[in-house]
Design a protein around this ligand. Structure first.
Ligand code: NAP
Length: 305
């Protein structure tokens, strides 16, 4: 006989695992599908300094493991599988993974977001050969080498600082002359002797023979091109939500974020969304965790009605 779950949670980042903790404590026996990355994007960050309760900071991967342990302590079931299809037109909702098919009375979507690509010649060909989207994962390979970081937000500046542990030089390439990142990070990068800036500039091309050797950068004010010799290109120009599975089934905004009300309810009754899948605004570990908790509380209310 087919089993109908009370709640299935898609994603195991801060939103999904916080939802799992709250749903488990509410005795909803949640089933969580991790997707590819337990801990989500946060687990790829070397140190998280702004999650409350860790005055000295905490490793991103370590925080993900703590979230997991805490949710499992109360009975959350965590499956290392990826969801390939969801059907939301009738309840129970149908969830298909690589291995199996599941049914659930409620869903919490917390599938997060992925890094945006530059979309310039050479980028795709040289991924893993000098082009990277994760300093924590790949920084070590650039010991004593020169790298560029593209972007002007918190991620770009934070990862540039992290890279200075290994590399001899970081150039931050940013399309404006003012940074979007917070003031503290801005002063830290400006004080760091290994970091210099290429402002008002965009990457036009990445080139190299089998590995990154050079970026061509265009100054957006003068139109002039500059060739910069480099061993690595780290791209941090924002994120796009991982919501393709729900296209045509849930209402989304023009940028593809799932629309939720202040109770994390989506356009389909019984389907909730939390974290970066539904948040174009804050994108912090603490706000994602809060959204996950709220989604689980509302799921409990929904199921008891
Ligand atoms: P973001 O804040 O959206 O910044 C993206 C940066 O990339 C911006 O500087 C943007 O330039 C630039 N950019 C966008 N598209 C570009 C393109 N096609 N070519 C060149 N440059 C481009 O993204 P993020 O830094 O990944 O941060 C995402 C969210 O996570 C933010 O809310 C951030 O506060 C949060 N976050 C927080 C922390 C922290 O608190 N420590 C750490 C990491 C991330 P413009 O400025 O000109 O738009």
């Amino acid at each position: 006989m087919e089993i109908i779950e009370k709640v299935i949670i898609l994603g195991a980042g801060p939103a999904g695992l916080s939802a799992a903790l709250y749903a488990a404590r509410a005795e909803l026996n949640p089933l969580v599908f991790t997707g590819l990355q337990l801990g989500g994007q946060a687990s790829l960050t070397h140190t998280i300094e702004n999650y409350p309760g860790f005055p000295d900071g905490v490793g991103g991967a370590a925080l993900g493991e703590l979230f997991q342990k805490q949710a499992e302590r109360f009975g959350a079931r965590i499956e290392f599988d990826s969801v390939t299809k969801v059907e939301l037109s009738s309840r129970p909702f149908r969830v298909t993974t690589y291995g199996k098919e599941y049914f659930s009375q409620a869903l919490i979507i917390a599938t997060g977001a992925s890094p945006v690509n530059l979309n310039v010649p050479g980028e795709t060909e040289l991924v893993g050969r000098g082009v990277s989207y994760c300093a924590t994962c790949d920084g070590w390979f650039f010991k004593e080498k020169k790298v560029v970081v593209v972007g002007g937000g918190d991620s770009a500046l934070e990862e540039a600082l992290f890279l200075t542990r290994y590399v001899s030089e970081v150039r931050i390439i940013h399309r404006r002359d003012a940074f979007r990142a917070g003031a503290l990070l801005q002063s830290r990068v400006k004080e760091n002797p290994k970091i210099t800036f290429v402002l008002d500039s965009v990457v036009k091309e990445i080139s190299g023979n089998g590995k990154v050797e050079e970026v061509i950068v265009t100054n957006v004010k003068t139109g002039a091109d500059q060739h910069i010799k480099t061993d690595g290109v780290f791209v941090f120009i924002g994120h796009t939500p991982n919501n393709a599975l729900y296209a045509g089934q849930l209402e989304m905004d023009e940028r593809g974020y799932i629309k939720v009300d202040n109770k994390m309810q989506t356009s389909v009754s019984g389907v909730y969304a939390a974290g970066e899948a539904a948040d174009s605004e804050f994108k912090q570990v603490v706000t994602s965790a809060g959204m996950g908790a709220a989604a689980a509380i509302e799921t409990g209310r929904f199921l008891s009605h």
